[in-house]
Design a protein around this ligand. Structure first.
Ligand SMILES: [Zn+2]
Length: 281
């Protein structure tokens, strides 16, 4: 008789050895922070914003419940970008205060730290739904075409592509290659209990709710106001009621105590090959 399902699971990446940010020091440093810039993301569209290392940015719900799809890049090198999959492997399916957004290989370093989240009370509901997920990749016109045979041009993937092209001057299809899996800000999602399929349900976000990030490095961000609106029913169409999102960027009076800018990963990148060949021989 097989007994494998009864073997207890183990966490893939225990985080006891993961350097943790001192959240109280971060929050103390945000006392008296000064608003530097405001960017409004129109509904069914996206906008870019730049944040310097040591600045804070907030994404705020304004006017009505709205989900946002967030991309982050190293402001000086678009090949270093937010790695949603590894961030999920380290912190779990949904992010909140104290979690960090990690960058792609080979740098694998914190890009931003979540310092405040007004929806952190939600935790996980009876359906297993939580807020700010790393499991949905972003709504996109390719999957939509696959499932419906239709073209729709205002999915988050296309919104982010247009915004990045406009910000950088890159040709549209070149900019598209830099768009990556997102943090689904304010979205309420999970996996169905029976088939483990990705689900969404109405976001509890209300105007005034926000999620706040401390930039660990110079960042270029792009945020799309998803055509799904609060993602209670549908996306990839003009059916849902949509609202703008606000991005505000702040200067701090001083850095968090003990804070240092993010440094690249310590792995030597030799991948088992030395100047003398395979290290195992
Ligand atoms: Zn979307």
């Amino acid at each position: 008789m097989r007994s494998r399902p009864e073997i207890p699971p183990v966490v893939c990446y225990p985080v006891e050895t993961l350097p943790r940010p001192d959240l109280s020091a971060y929050r103390a440093a945000t006392d008296g922070m000064q608003l530097a810039e405001t960017v409004i993301v129109p509904p069914r569209d996206a906008a870019c914003f730049e944040v310097k290392a040591g600045q804070v940015f907030r994404i705020t719900s304004v006017e009505g419940p709205q989900v946002g799809d967030l991309n982050l890049w190293n402001a000086h090198d678009l090949s270093e970008r937010f790695y949603s999959g590894k961030t999920r492997a380290l912190h779990g399916t949904h992010l909140t205060e104290g979690h960090q957004l990690w960058s792609s290989f080979p740098t694998l370093r914190p890009m931003a730290t979540i310092t405040r989240d007004t929806l952190n009370w939600y935790r996980f509901d009876a359906d297993g739904g939580g807020i700010h997920d790393l499991i949905g990749t972003r709504c996109d016109p390719y999957t939509h075409h696959l499932l419906s045979g239709q073209n729709y041009h205002y999915c988050c993937h296309s919104n982010l592509t247009r915004a990045l092209a406009a910000q950088t001057g890159l040709p549209l299809h070149e900019a598209e290659m830099h768009v990556h899996d997102v943090l689904n800000v304010f979205m309420c999602t999970g996996f169905t209990r029976d088939t483990q399929q990705y689900f969404m349900k109405a976001s509890p976000v209300e105007p005034g709710d926000y999620i706040e990030f401390f930039a660990e490095m110079d960042l270029l961000g792009a945020l799309s106001a998803c055509p799904g609106g609060d993602c209670s029913a549908t996306h990839s169409s003009d059916a849902a009621k949509c609202y703008p999102l606000e991005v505000t960027i702040y200067d701090l009076q001083h850095m968090p105590e003990g804070w240092r800018p993010s440094h690249t990963n310590g792995y030597d990148r030799s991948h088992g090959i030395s100047v003398f060949g395979d290290k195992r021989r």
